[in-house]
Design a protein around this ligand. Sequence first.
Ligand code: ASP
Length: 338
Amino acid sequence: MKKRILIIYSGGTIGMEPSPNGFIPKPGLLEELMKQYPVFSNRIMPEYEILEMDPLLDSSNMAPADWLSLAHLLQKQYERFDGFVILHGTDTMAYSASALSFLLEGLRKPVILTGSQIPMIEPRNDAMENVVGALLFAANFDIPEVCIHFDNILIRGNRSVKIDCDGFRAFESPNLPPLGEGGIHMRIKDHLIHRPFGEDTGLRIPKQLNSNVTVIWLFPGISAQIIRNALLPPLEGAVIQAFGTGNGPTTNKEFLAALSEATAKGIILIDCTQCHKGTVEFGDYETGSGMAKAGLVNGYDMTPEAALTKLCYLLGKNLPKEEIKKRLQNNLRGELSC
Ligand code: ASP
């Protein structure tokens, strides 16, 4: 029996066409193009249906409400299909993939995001290869997680970052090797796949996400006033992109006071690193211990995209603050190594 895959087109370059103001998504174009290419009806391909989001979005226009809409759409169709391919703009694909990994509680089927740097309508493009690979990974492998397939690598969604806005290798997973690769053969590394524990109790989507969050990128000389301004109500949580192994300027007592005042008020601050690779180690330096004493929680090797969306997800559950802090530091969907 052929596997059945649902393709959800949310927007992005892959189905765009030129306009006087630059590329914009065109409803119906992607489906029309896919019908013209024999590869999509080849005998090795799974059966598929295409569902288009309305409106189609450049992913720079996406927000947490759109992550929830995608999750609900997927939930509605969950029983009818063996796997899902989400065609999405590359700009914020790492955020959507991270958010979906948390939102799709109890997921047991592959959900693979892809897109392209050049639209499918162009004669020279990376769209075909990306979609064909995503469909084949979704149909032929047991991958019960949210992934990104791009330029022949399959990476965990909540480990991904966009690293290039020109080359075809647009995404990387700096702290985890690819889960799969496409060469002459398509292979996955089974031991790296994150599998849910316990019985299959179906797919659940939480009611809401809380987007009263921000990201603060530290730089040498950042003032306490900038921190205080950034942490004003209605803010409830922030990812602090700190130096090296999670360090901050601890000789600046006002800076530390600004962080401590916020955590004492119940604002949740996660310490992540500005480095692309590696992890937060609070104990390595006095400048790291100072951040821990100010009440920051350890973000380990989470990407900023994973840390931010995890914060939106956990704050949305209205859990006690201590429980949110605990879960932030726990590995929920393979997003951190600790
Ligand atoms: N701006 C586009 C988007 O994110 C870029 C892309 O798809 O590559 O929707």
